[in-house]
Design a binder for this molecule. Structure first.
Ligand SMILES: [Zn+2]
Length: 223
């Protein structure tokens, strides 16, 4: 497959299925469900690292995401910024498709986003945030905040963020950074519930909850 292949929505879902990168609980309580980093239970999980480990598939998806970005940008000096760790490869590949520079945040000792030491966004450049996955706006917002606080020069951001997967608890959803509305440009968008364990219908029925990345095989094995 040429990486400059335009994929339809169903072909994009197909890539996730083929590469075992997406999982939705089938409703059978004998099968486990997911516990997210936030501690909430969930009935679906998208593991973009599974895509990123297949360099060609990642390149094709990054190209398709970049096609959605191109109409929104001009001849600005663009720096694509991704977040550690899973966001680094997708953001790099989108930068490659756009011919733009690429930088990324690192993680601090408590998993927090850090923007100092490694990169500096030059004066006048526009920052394009690209993520692997957006569930809530938390990480995206944290990346913006640490860059604004830590970059030597003042920074300009586009009023949109691009992501391979957007999986909020409710669709449609609106995100704001301070007063500014931030649009999400995504390749795959799906409403996925996430609830505290006390309210989880799957826990109530006795389904085991597992950390998806550590237990990916167990979670996605066909029963
Ligand atoms: Zn649960």
């Amino acid at each position: 497959m040429n990486y400059e292949t335009k994929l339809s929505k169903s072909q994009i879902s197909g890539v996730f299925k083929r590469l075992n990168a997406g999982w939705v609980h089938d409703g059978n309580p004998k099968n486990p469900h997911a516990v997210l980093t936030s501690g909430l239970c969930s009935n679906a999980y998208f593991n973009v690292s599974q895509i990123a480990s297949n360099s060609i598939a990642m390149q094709v998806l990054a190209y398709n995401l970049s096609r959605k970005i191109v109409p929104r940008i001009g001849g600005e000096d663009i720096v694509v910024v991704g977040s550690a760790y899973a966001g680094i490869i997708p953001s790099f590949m989108v930068a490659l498709c756009l011919g733009a520079r690429h930088m990324y945040t690192k993680k601090g000792p408590n998993g927090e986003m850090v923007w100092t030491g490694r990169f500096s966004i030059p004066k006048g450049a526009y920052v394009l945030q690209v993520e692997d996955l957006i569930t809530t706006f938390k990480t995206t917002e944290a990346v913006r905040r640490v860059i604004i606080a830590g970059n030597k020069n003042p920074v300009k951001f586009y009023p949109f963020v691009a992501t391979i997967v957007h999986r909020p608890a409710k669709l449609p959803t609106e995100y704001y950074f301070d007063e500014e509305k931030i649009e999400i440009i995504s390749l795959l968008e799906k409403e996925v519930w996430a609830v505290p364990q006390e309210e989880c219908p799957l826990c109530k029925k006795g389904s085991k909850r597992l950390k998806p990345k550590e237990h990916w095989e167990e979670l996605t094995k066909k029963s």
